[in-house]
Ligand binder design. Structure first.
Ligand SMILES: [Fe+2]
Length: 428
């Protein structure tokens, strides 16, 4: 409780401090105000939930829309537009301290972006001014967000990779600045109508992403049906793939993967053992112990799988995720896995996620060489290999997901039992 109060006090303090600094610095800058500012506020409000997915990460439309305001109306005008425009209804469900913090830091970031633009523009021209102002805006924005996260980590004992967030956002600096420049020029030359046209044109281009999504959905369906045919000899294996995909998707969601990356992961789960297609059935389905040589052959399936997927035209944005899963899903957290003996966070997160889902399913399924474990025994076993074979953090997240799934199953089972009871004839 006390640590929560410390966090809220910190958030309030930063919110008020940044608002005061913004006002003090802002009144000494050159600003002008026009009815067009309402139009920018409208654009920001309408696009608050829209983020642009690129190869290097996702970015919001906030900076691109703020740049023309920073450049043409001044830093304080940009801060005002940002405070009103960059707002989501969801935010009002948050504690007051969060709202104050966000308003103050957003105003401050827009002001910094504007000041950076004008200071650089007078000496070095437009291109460097836009890049510099995007950097100042994103850095200020990310810095406060990162520090708030750090304070939250210190006071509430939560874990999160705030440095990663910072890097992710910096990677989107150039696309964000470039889009800002496009909006700036169309607004300068063709006023609000030009900006609307360029914005609509941009949305039309973005719908390519939608086509990409449909394409991926179609491809995934095709791959699943082809694999279904291939694995038809072994229906249990197909069910295994589906269960691994289900738990991996749930884990990916908990880890905040974007919907596109969740899809890539889903696709990858159907591929993860594709290398086994090249291995003879008498080794794969051998009931007894394998010889060293046979085991070596089995251990070659991740690399065989990786070679296999090289030949499939998977879109660039999914390729890395899928390859990581196919190649590294048998690496172990303690470094004793195969094929490379990577350890800890060297192993890509998506491979650690699939490893947990895969191991769970292997434990709870019947195989020709072993019996299935009961759910409680499998949970005990999973906890035993937590930190040796599997990433302990992913196992913990998995156990909470499993809890929910089992709870749902129990409720469904008791509901159907109740239905049966109610369907008995009255004379019983
Ligand atoms: Fe495998």
């Amino acid at each position: 409780m006390r640590s929560k109060l410390v966090l809220q006090a910190y958030l309030c303090f930063i919110g008020v401090l940044t608002a005061l600094i913004t006002y003090q610095l802002g009144i000494n800058t050159v600003n002008s105000f026009s009815i067009d500012l309402l139009f920018f506020i409208g654009l920001l409000l309408a696009n608050n939930r829209r983020s642009i997915e690129t190869e290097s990460g996702a970015f919001s439309l906030n900076y691109p829309f703020l740049l023309p305001v920073m450049a043409l109306y001044g830093p304080l005008a940009a801060a005002l537009v940002a405070v009103i425009g960059i707002m989501e209804l969801e935010e009002f469900k948050q504690p007051l301290a969060v709202i104050i913090h966000n308003r103050g830091t957003i105003a401050f970031s827009a002001l910094m972006g504007g000041i950076a633009y004008h200071s650089i523009f007078t000496h070095y021209g437009f291109t460097l001014a836009v890049t510099g102002s995007a950097l100042a805006y994103l850095l200020a924005n990310t810095l406060f967000f990162a520090v708030a996260k750090l304070v939250e980590m210190l006071t509430l004992d939560t874990r999160d990779g705030f440095l990663n967030d910072l890097l992710e956002i910096l990677k989107t600096l150039l696309p964000s600045a470039a889009l800002g420049a496009v909006f700036y020029y169309t607004y300068v030359y063709f006023s609000v109508y030009g900006l609307i046209v360029s914005y609509l044109f941009f949305l039309a281009l973005r719908s390519q992403t939608l086509f990409g999504l449909l394409d991926t959905t179609y491809r995934l369906a095709l791959i699943k049906s082809l694999l279904r045919a291939v694995w038809a000899k072994d229906p249990e294996l197909m069910q295994h793939m589906e269960r691994v995909a289900f738990f991996s998707r749930e884990l990916a969601r908990q880890y905040g993967y974007s919907p596109l990356k969740q899809r890539a992961l889903d696709e990858a789960c159907y591929f993860h053992d594709i290398g086994k297609l090249e291995i003879q059935d008498d080794i794969l389905k051998r009931p007894g112990r394998l010889t060293q040589r046979q085991f070596e052959t089995i251990k070659s399936h991740p690399e065989r799988g990786a070679r296999f997927i090289e030949e499939i035209p998977i879109p660039l944005r999914n390729r890395k995720t899928i390859r990581n899963i196919v190649l590294y899903h048998h690496e172990r957290w303690d470094g004793a896995g195969y094929p490379y003996g990577m350890e800890g966070e060297q192993i890509p997160l998506e491979a650690r996620i699939v490893a947990v889902a895969d191991t769970w399913d292997a434990m709870t399924s019947h195989r020709c060489y072993k019996e299935a474990l009961s759910i409680p025994d499998a949970i005990t076993e999973l906890k035993r290999v937590r930190g040796t074979q599997l990433d302990p953090a992913v196992v913990d997240v998995f156990l909470t997901i499993l809890d929910d799934v089992l709870d749902k199953e129990r409720k469904q089972a008791s509901a159907s039992l109740m239905d049966e009871k109610h369907s008995f004839p009255a004379s019983w």
